[in-house]
Design a protein around this ligand. Structure first.
Ligand code: ATP
Ligand code: MG
Length: 412
């Protein structure tokens, strides 16, 4: 079975194009292998990626749940579920190949359309190989005519409304033909991919993951832009904390569908919180927690050669997420902080969380290490000078060192 993968933005990348395409090929191969889909090859051809799947493959268990739709094969369904999660793919198709001459193309077109149910149709040809004898329009016309001649009589019977006819504006079915390099491909259905850029092409970032709704969505969006995520989660050793760590792992297992390798740092935060509560003014606690979270994350970023932090903050969502407070927190680290949800409404975030399957896990109860000792009215406009006065009261270096020493790393 042949699959053709189309990508959008990669094509714009000039000299980097080969690098992007190779990464996409590598990521597709890995995803197919992880889901035990056997293939002969995954290769670049002009402007597309071609996959030849092995037919009659043993139907091993897939890691991904999927439902089989009527009319499609088990293998096709499996491939669809997998490719829909590979970033960089705009759409993909299951194609049939014909020899690159008009007679072969015409007979393949009839072979494909005779099994389809439709009245109106349209042929849409794209000709990449400009040395092919006919223009796209000529191919459309000749193939269209062949379909009318060969398919109409079968269905036409005496009922005129059942006539097969060409409709260029609102056809029941479109037959796509791609004439490229030495190939001619034909197909009728396109399946959309997730878009974005191949994972890994944009380097690494450390993603602060909480167990709430927002941060997994933020991670997803940055993965979609090609950023590999290294995760960090802060927790305090209060009663029942193990369950909350399990919850974070469950969320990461969902994100694993998009990023094959998931590494997470679990950082104990109890000592930091205790010292903040004992030594600083209540108003500043949240900002101080967050500054230290960022400082610890920066250390991890250095270790991992990651170039940015990612958070699920959205401007104005809660007291800690005002611009003033973001400034007061971000000042602590000399790293770009990516906040892909900064301009999103909560509802929009929840909708995407549902789509990527993290929502149902995120809404389960968990211990939020930041809110345990949070004051009733946290400062919404933390002044940097005041924050720093409070921070001076802490043994900052020692706290960070100790938190990092007790950190546990896990691969999901
Ligand atoms: P979320 O739904 O992601 O928990 P939130 O709306 O609850 O977000 P906050 O609790 O203020 O907002 O957290 C803002 C961001 O800070 C989170 O999106 C996440 O990136 C980071 N963060 C918060 N708590 C933790 C934690 N315990 N460990 C790691 N990162 C955290
Ligand atoms: Mg939270």
């Amino acid at each position: 079975m042949l699959v053709i993968v189309h990508y959008g933005e990669i094509a714009l990348k000039g000299d980097n194009r080969k690098f992007f395409e190779e990464k996409l090929v590598e990521n597709i191969k890995k995803s197919l292998q992880t889901n035990r889909i056997v293939f002969d090859y995954v290769k670049r051809i002009s402007g597309r990626i071609l996959i030849e799947l092995k037919q009659g493959e043993k139907e091993g268990a897939s890691l991904l749940p999927f439902k089989r739709k009527e009319g499609s094969s088990f293998l096709e369904e499996k491939v669809r579920v997998v490719l829909q999660k590979v970033f960089g793919i705009t759409y993909f198709v299951f194609a049939q190949e014909a020899q690159q001459d008009i007679e072969s193309i015409k007979s393949k077109a009839v072979e494909i359309l005779k099994d389809e149910i439709f009245n109106s149709f349209k042929v849409e040809t794209k000709r990449g190989n400009k040395s092919f004898a006919l223009t796209s329009q000529q191919v459309n016309e000749q193939v269209g005519e062949e379909v009318l001649n060969k398919i109409s009589p079968i269905r036409n019977s005496s009922d005129r409304t059942n006539c097969v006819r060409v409709d260029l504006h609102n056809p029941d079915i479109i037959l796509y033909i791609e004439i490229t390099e030495k190939y001619a491909f034909l197909y009728t259905k396109k399946f959309s991919g997730p878009g974005g850029l191949p994972l890994g092409v944009s380097g690494k970032a450390v993603s602060l993951i909480s167990g709430g709704i927002d941060s997994p969505v933020a991670s997803y969006l940055m993965m979609k832009r090609g950023v590999e995520n290294i995760f960090v989660h802060f927790y305090s050793n209060q009663q029942g904390y193990e369950q909350s760590l399990e919850k974070v792992k469950d969320i990461l297992r969902v994100l694993k569908k998009y990023q094959e390798k998931i590494k997470v740092y679990f950082v104990p935060f109890g000592e930091v919180q205790k010292e903040i509560v004992l030594k600083t003014k209540a108003d500043f606690r949240v900002v101080l927690y967050r500054r230290i979270m960022f400082l610890v994350s920066r250390e991890i970023a250095t270790q991992e050669k990651a170039k940015a932090l990612i958070t699920g903050e959205s401007v104005g969502q809660v007291a800690s997420q005002t611009l003033d407070n973001m400034l007061a927190v971000e000042e602590a680290v000399l790293l770009p902080v990516l906040r892909p949800l900064a301009g999103w409404d909560k509802q929009e975030i929840m909708d995407l969380a549902k789509k990527i399957d993290t929502y149902e896990i995120s809404i389960l109860p968990h211990l939020d290490c930041c809110s345990i000792f949070a004051p009733e009215h946290p400062a919404t406009k933390a002044n940097l000078k005041d924050v720093k006065i409070q921070e001076k009261k802490l043994k900052l270096k020692k706290l960070i060192k100790s938190a990092l020493e007790k950190t546990k790393i896990e691969n999901i």
